[in-house]
Design a protein around this ligand. Sequence first.
Ligand SMILES: [Cu+2]
Length: 264
Amino acid sequence: MFTKWLGLPALATTHGGQIDNLIGWVHVFMLLLFVGWGAFLTYALIRFRKSANPVANYTGVKSHMSSYLEGAVLVIELVLLFAFSIPLWAARVDHLPSESEALVVHLTAEQFAWNVRYAGPDGKFGKTDIKMIDVSDNPLGIDRSDPAAKDDVTTLNQLYLPANKPIIVKLRSKDVIHSFNVPEFRVKQDAVPGLTIPVWFVPNVTTAEMRSRTGNAEFQYEIACAQLCGLGHYRMRAYVTVLSPEEFQKWMQDKLAESADPFR
Ligand SMILES: [Cu+2]
């Protein structure tokens, strides 16, 4: 319900609703606080105006109302933190689905592009070597002599995903801090040089479905780099295409055939 009220982007992952609920409840409580403090300020301005109180009152307030109110605000904030935020954070960050049930994708950010890598049919990512990095031919330095690397599939700025399957994106960066942000997935995570950071989600609306839902035939999920990462930051965007599991299989087969025979 909050997704509509707050005008948030359309939802396209299973956990997205929880994030929107949290954002929504924070808005509701902040609205209550705003109205409450605003009313108190107005009351204080009128009640303690100079003309009604020519002489200072040395006794001060005797009621404990303000302490109770502050206690209530504290309780609400603790509920937000412990009942909503921390469990949601734990579910998103600590409890990753097992890699055998998920599709693992390596996503390596660099100035100013997103390198996508799939393990291929063997499910194993082949070796990489920094010495083999070639900006135009082999941006990830994949060692193709490693048998596990032979069927690895790479793409540039195009992330294809199957719907209704847990996806684990392993984020890396080759140079500076970038950020993986797909608004419809309610996912945003920095890519930090030297670290491999997993992000997981289950996309549940295919690109085709979203196109018919929004009535926009050109709709694309977009990765917008969410950290100012250099002069070319504005053009560091990539597209995410969510396919049905069968379409994804077919896409993967085509990619494999293409890399086996690049001149076909
Ligand atoms: Cu960037």
